[in-house]
Design a protein around this ligand. Sequence first.
Ligand code: ZN
Ligand code: ZN
Ligand code: ZN
Length: 322
Amino acid sequence: MEVASSNDYRQKIPIEGITWELLNRMVTEKKTLEPGIGGDGRVHYPFAEGVLGPEADTRAWIDDMVGLGILRAYSTMEIVMCPTHLRADPIVQLECANCKNRSMRNTSLVEHIHCGFIGDDGRFKKDGVLQCPNCKRPIASADDLRVSGVWYECPNCLSKASSPRTVFVCREEKHDFSTDDLVLTPVNSYTVVESMISVVKSRLVLYPSLADMLKTLGFDVSYPASVKGRSGVNHSLDMYGRKDGGDIALQIAVDSKPVEATAVMSFFSKTFDIKPKFAILITIPSASEGAKQINPGYDIALVEDLDGSGAVQKVRALLLKE
Ligand SMILES: [Zn+2]
Ligand SMILES: [Zn+2]
Ligand SMILES: [Zn+2]
């Protein structure tokens, strides 16, 4: 697949192998790469690791794809990590500031709307019936009470606090760390960039159907193809069909705007050396004026198609005309 100028990154995507498999699955299964915390306390991308393997390989792949502009991070969350072991799965506990006990209990503070009394919700229960401990009126409905806050109580020293101390227990060596020394690490979710989705989709549909059509015309088809030119140099092409009496070289250029002249020149640098009978450049959505202007001298047939869906028929018609 050949593309011009700013979108050169698309040439770097193989149409085989695990990169293709993963991008293909992300597009067709409408998946994004969502982080999760594994049993080892590290951040994982399970869907990607299912295709790419170990975490380190997956992370390197994600970085590559972001660098090429194929994936983008679309949401970031800061997660708490142990400063020593960089594990992201600490146990969170609440600690009594007074006696360090970690069995804090939370109770709701409830207000009796009728008399304004505020107390623990437990105090409104007497002998199995709900009644106000202050004015002794029975509580007839939930509307009589209003929750006015939450308190934490230490069952050991009975001290109360509205916000007890938060402590983290790292699962490695079971050591503590506090909000003062934790490490906050940004963790991203990733999605395939919009323009790549159309590239992937057109490849998914276009390549196999082009190959099938060429086979019915008697070509022995391979894609992607590596073809030796007269100079002895091997050239990579999107598709190549061999047939007695005339080979065909095919290149597919996809862009978000009309495909530029560089795609024609790049294809010509290969067909000039290979000299197939047919050289066809499929341009999606169209060929730019510049591409059309330089083309006549290059003996390349330009096929324009808005989204690739009509390209197979157009190539077929072109070949049958010969
Ligand atoms: Zn730790
Ligand atoms: Zn206490
Ligand atoms: Zn009352």
